[in-house]
Design a protein around this ligand. Structure first.
Ligand SMILES: Cc1cc2nc3c(=O)[nH]c(=O)nc-3n(C[C@H](O)[C@H](O)[C@H](O)COP(=O)(O)O)c2cc1C
Length: 176
């Protein structure tokens, strides 16, 4: 898929099927993350954790359910894989770095015919709670790393075709 079609095809998918995602596809998606721009070349402050199956993602979903007290919560919508980007710091540039990696992964997934979703809320909700340590253990994070964002992945029955979208931002102004 060319870049323009890929950008137009990417969309947030919130309904994944029970089909597992092949390991070679996950490898390609991780590789795309590693090509992202990283502010001040702080590569050593980033860490990726791959939960590669429904069973592994289920551990994350179970943690979210315990934390929220909502037994039916599914912030990753039955995803077949979840890739979490963590940082050594929680500075703005670290979040920007994670977002660049995540967008690369969203586009790579789209190119491979997979549905994808940027999942931030459920990750952020663990910060400063007793579940932060449990999540760090699940993600096998090095000491001091904090999860900054994630991408949920999987097959979907949602149509993945280029969209025509209206301008969704407040404005676009070319300044003379
Ligand atoms: C930084 C960021 C955080 C997001 N967090 C979540 C999230 O936690 N859960 C969710 O369902 N969608 C999340 N999204 C997806 C947005 O809701 C989505 O991109 C937006 O509604 C536009 O829809 P589109 O992705 O289909 O173009 C997030 C997107 C970004 C960029």
């Amino acid at each position: 898929m060319n870049a323009k079609d890929c950008i137009r095809t990417r969309r947030s998918v919130r309904a994944f099927t029970d089909r597992e995602t092949e390991k070679d596809l996950l490898d390609k998606i991780v590789e795309a993350a590693l090509y992202a721009p990283v502010g001040m070349k702080m590569y050593d402050s980033l860490f990726l954790s791959v939960l590669p199956s429904h069973a592994a993602v289920g551990k994350f979903t179970a943690l979210c359910r315990r934390q929220s007290g909502d037994e039916s919560a599914d912030p990753v919508h039955n995803a077949a894989a979840l890739i979490v980007v963590s940082g050594k710091r929680t500075s703005p540039v670290e979040y920007a770095n994670s977002a660049c990696m995540i967008e690369n992964m969203l586009l790579a997934a789209t190119d491979l015919g997979l549905g994808s979703l940027y999942v931030f809320g459920a990750i952020n909700a663990t910060h400063g709670t007793p579940y932060a340590k449990e999540l760090a253990d699940l993600l096998q994070l090095p000491e001091g790393f904090t999860p900054l964002g994630s991408v949920a992945l999987g097959y979907t029955e949602a149509p993945l075709a280029p969209r025509e979208l209206p301008n969704r931002v407040t404005g676009v102004r070319f300044i003379k």
